[in-house]
Design a protein around this ligand. Structure first.
Ligand code: ADP
Ligand code: MG
Length: 257
């Protein structure tokens, strides 16, 4: 696929549920190596947009393209295999397993080891034994998120924030280029929220691209270079936090509900 500065493009995308127009002709792009924030009040259509991009839902109109290819209507696993990956909540069965078991059972990227491996010393990339290699990588990622001391802890015993770190850690094992996070800070205490944000910024510095869906406007304004604002299914405006913050329609949408 062609490599561009905008791996993810959404064009004229719409989704109706019965009489409700959840997403109404949304068009926007996500630039490579950035944190892009998708914000809007409750019911704006953010989660629907997220589900349309990741293949959990199929749009009634419009297209989603990834790395220059039309991925509209592909199955979620096909989209993930291409490197466009979302996080998943730790399922009930997995809560009775340890953090390490959760990692070993996570879906693996089919596209070879790329970005994550590229930060490792060259000597370590030559490991032949696949199990050792996987365990190595799992450990590396747990250490990155500073949860390696929780490896033997049951996932069900983790705090809300620690669980979010594990969800991100599992997503990284699939070898993504672009990560989509829907309200990753919900139920996370301020200390862990900061840590989660620091990890996201560091991964961005390593070349990963993020689309953060969030209704907390301040959080997105402080952390994203590009902000897309949704309201009643439409893209109200987009741009830098400064531009968006000053937009009368945005202020109205948030205050007017
Ligand atoms: P947000 O994530 O911004 O809060 P959503 O995308 O969840 O917004 O919802 C947008 C609109 O679509 C809301 O009016 C919501 O009630 C409606 N909606 C979302 N999912 C469904 C569904 N599966 N069936 C019917 N209506 C839905
Ligand atoms: Mg939502």
């Amino acid at each position: 696929p062609e490599v561009t500065d905008t791996p993810l493009r959404v064009e004229g995308m719409s989704k109706h549920f019965g009489g409700i127009t959840a997403v109404d002709g949304a068009t926007f792009e996500v630039e490579r190596g950035t944190l892009t924030g998708l914000i809007g009040p409750n019911g704006a259509g953010k989660s629907t947009t997220f589900n349309l991009i990741t293949g959990m839902l199929t749009p009634d109109a419009g297209t989603v393209s990834f790395e220059g290819e039309d991925i509209t209507g592909l199955e979620p696993y096909e989209i993930a295999d291409r490197g466009l990956v979302r996080t998943f909540q730790i399922a009930r069965e997995l809560q009775e397993m340890t953090v390490l078991e959760n990692m070993m059972l996570a879906p693996k990227g089919q596209r070879g080891e790329r970005l994550w491996r590229s930060v490792l010393p060259v000597a370590r990339r030559d490991v032949v034994d696949q199990e050792t290699e996987l365990l190595d990588r799992v450990w590396e990622i747990l250490e990155f998120f500073e949860i390696e001391h929780l490896a033997e802890e049951y996932a069900g015993n983790l705090s809300g924030g620690q669980r979010k770190l594990l969800e991100m850690a599992r997503a990284l094992l699939t070898d993504p280029d672009v990560l989509l996070l829907d309200e990753p800070f919900a139920g996370v205490n301020p200390t862990l929220e900061r840590r989660l944000l620091d990890h996201i910024h560091e991964l961005r510095d390593r070349g990963y691209t993020f689309l953060l869906v969030e209704h907390d406007m301040d959080l997105i304004m402080e952390n994203c270079r590009h902000v897309v604002v949704m309201h009643q299914g439409r893209i109200l405006t987009e741009g830098t936090p400064e531009k968006v913050k000053a937009d009368e329609e945005v202020i109205e949408a948030y205050l007017g509900g």
